[in-house]
Design a protein around this ligand. Sequence first.
Ligand code: ADP
Ligand code: GN1
Ligand code: MG
Length: 364
Amino acid sequence: MQEEFCFSEIAGHFAIDGKYVSCIRYGEGHINDTFKLTLEKDGKEVHYILQRINNRLFTDVEKLMRNIRLVTEFCRKSVIAHGGDPMRECLNVVPTKDGKDYYTDGKNYFRVYIFIEDATTYQIVRDPKDFYESAVAFGSFANLLAGFDASQLYEVLPDFHNTKVRYANFLRAVEKDVCGRKAEVQKEIDWVMAHKDLCGKLVDKIASGEIPLRVTHNDTKLNNVMIDNKTGKGLAVIDLDTVMPGSLCYDFGDSIRFGCNSSAEDEPDLSKVYFRFDLYETYLAGYLSAVGSSITDAERENLPVGAILMTYECGMRFLTDYLEGDVYFRTTRAGQNLDRAHTQFKLVDDMTAAFDKMLAAAKK
Ligand code: ADP
Ligand code: GN1
Ligand code: MG
């Protein structure tokens, strides 16, 4: 991939100063191609994030970037109002020399962000304190977005967390079996089908109005929040591609799915994978401390459902992608999506067994 692009030429289209030094693949996101761009200015290295936007998924980049600009400007104002540092505490889009939010060569789409220095994104919880701080960051972000006018936003990926629609997509992939992998994963297919009743658990409550739709992040993995290396605090919520109407239960649930896994999302050895209830309690405390008083009783009582549902849905999406030939989530090795599906299914089983405890903690 790296060889395909002339990064110095691409960087030259953005309003950044300095001599091109390097551009190397960066981070572990599954969707966009992310690079750390280094320039030299006045004898010092300056870094940026350069991303090739996944325009197979985000088909209207113009509107996607407009969303991101609106949300980052909104965050920026809030950071300034609270006396924070807007260059580190929110994403900053660097415009192109002709004032656009992205550059396209006609086929590929690129954007540049200011690189947030001295901060880390974690792929797994190493210290519960980091997880607590990520919960505070995502809770505060949800609280902040409560004041954002949803009507301004374009719905980037409709039905993103509509688990019923995800299930229908899964069935289609099973039926088509384009890669001939179906027979090999019949056990997993049966497992997903046996848990089909989960699909309506939140969607129906949202449809009936029992659970409100809000502007949410929709991709609240631990590696989408930057933790300050010095203070240990959650510094900035990143990866804003999916900010759109959603539910607090999705956002809470997706953080639990990823962070309360004892192992990596793609751990092949399932004996190492289990649900960490202690980390669930940690995240819950941090999230509730920051999300503000607007959380309704119904949302609160459905936080554990959100955790199970997001994990089920994500496992189903990984299995769907495996059946479709690994075309959606980035993979770096054969069988990775299947391993990812397995970890999610194991976590759903564990969470189901722990459900009463999870609910009691959420209601406390
Ligand atoms: P994806 O949509 O593929 O997940 P992300 O926007 O989450 O892409 O970026 C991937 C990774 O790049 C993040 O997990 C983080 O480690 C790093 N990253 C993204 N934006 C920044 C930034 N502004 N400063 C520093 N690191 C960043
Ligand atoms: C993707 O972009 P990233 O890696 O933060 C995906 C999420 C999944 C997640 C699974 C736009 O997130 O929905 O939950 O992988 N993002 C999109 O790790 O599909
Ligand atoms: Mg990401």
